[in-house]
Write a new protein. Structure first.
Length: 357
């Protein structure tokens, strides 16, 4: 196998939208083109299924998170099939394969000295009697002052931060102001990778890439260690050795690339370690601009720390039109029109193939 190619995983709290389609069709074309010129390639992707947005949506629909992600999975697979996107495997991060790899990476990171625990203050709602991680709390962005931003990141300026950094925070369930409560959390020593990440970014990006300096600046400003645990109740994988702590969704989401590779390999009598530990294939990630931080910093640092192979190339897409993506009518129109065109094109392509071969 020459290439292992992935698209950013689709989050299970909504439908496939225009942005996904643009990225998935691009990735599919890239994979098919590679296969046509003899570079044997596989295209893998999965649903990203954990975290507070899933919990909140499931609670609002009065169903379990498992029911919600199952429904989303069926819907995503059906939509992507209509566009003739040719996956080797389309899987889910809420799978046994993903749990196994997430635990293995955690053990490796721990053994290599990159995991530590620290007592921190966390937003807690006295009225709801629960911790308020990530999306359970909203407030003003500490970086750009945009109102009504979630506790994990700002949709306006893309900054990532902790819920306690929000200005004028409030609980999204009851609207009350949360208090700060002490809790022991697990951290990944991201700061230990500053120099290695700088070398890596310089190697895989070109000076022409606009985001190169952006990333280097981030590192120069000083990388903060990354909190990878969340207190119960949380929808995700329980952290080994704890009773009530779960992996933060952004820890096990990219591991979904490896979990999906394992699923593909198990089904095809191959070994996933050939791809992710022994580096026998080139790894390509197609991603959107909004997740650069995670894919160029967190993800490679986790892989380096656990002794895994690094991705060779990260292909970044642009937002084609952010507002258009969010408009249901345009998404519906685009999906339906493009779906018909794909169907017609595919028929013509098959005719051409008959003609030439
Ligand atoms: Zn902001
Ligand atoms: Zn509350």
């Amino acid at each position: 196998m020459k290439n292992l190619i992935t698209s950013a995983l689709i989050y299970a709290n909504g439908e496939v939208h225009l942005g996904h389609l643009v990225e998935y069709i691009q990735t599919d074309i890239f994979t098919r083109a590679n296969n046509l010129i003899g570079n044997k390639s596989i295209y893998l992707s999965a649903d990203d299924t954990h975290g507070t947005p899933i919990q909140i949506k499931a609670e609002s629909l009065k169903i379990t998170p498992e029911e919600l992600i199952k429904k989303a999975y069926n819907d995503h697979v059906e939509t992507l099939k209509k566009f003739n996107i040719n996956f080797a495997t389309y899987h889910s991060t809420n799978s046994e394969e993903n749990r196994e790899i997430a635990y293995m990476i955690y053990e490796n990171l721990k053994n290599n000295g990159y995991i530590y625990t620290k007592e921190v203050e966390i937003t807690y709602c006295e009225h709801c009697k629960r911790f308020l991680p990530d999306r359970y709390v909203k407030g003003i962005c500490p970086r750009c002052n945009a109102p009504d931003q979630y506790g994990d990141n700002c949709e306006h300026c893309n900054a990532t931060y902790e819920p306690i950094d929000l200005i004028e925070p409030y609980c999204i369930i009851c609207g009350n102001k949360p208090i700060l409560k002490k809790s022991e959390q697990i951290f990944f020593k991201l700061s230990a990778f500053s120099d290695k990440l700088k070398d890596y970014i310089q190697k895989i990006t070109s000076p022409k890439d606009s985001y190169r300096n952006y990333l280097i600046n981030w590192i120069n400003e000083g990388l903060k260690d990354w909190e990878i645990s969340r207190d119960a109740p949380y929808f995700g994988f329980l952290i080994p050795g704890t009773k009530d702590k779960y992996f933060y969704v952004w820890y096990d989401a990219p591991i979904g690339y490896i979990g999906t590779t394992k699923k593909y390999c198990d089904d095809n009598n191959l070994n996933w370690k050939d791809f992710w530990i022994d580096g026998k294939a080139d790894i390509y990630h197609f991603i959107g601009k909004d997740i650069i931080y995670h894919h160029f910093l967190f993800w490679p640092a986790i892989l380096m720390g656990a002794g895994f192979s690094l991705q060779k190339k990260i292909k970044r897409n642009f937002y084609y039109c952010k507002r258009l993506f969010k408009n249901k009518y345009w998404t519906w129109l685009f999906k339906n029109l493009l779906c018909k065109l794909t169907f017609i094109f595919n028929k013509w392509f098959q005719l051409f193939r008959l003609w030439f071969y």
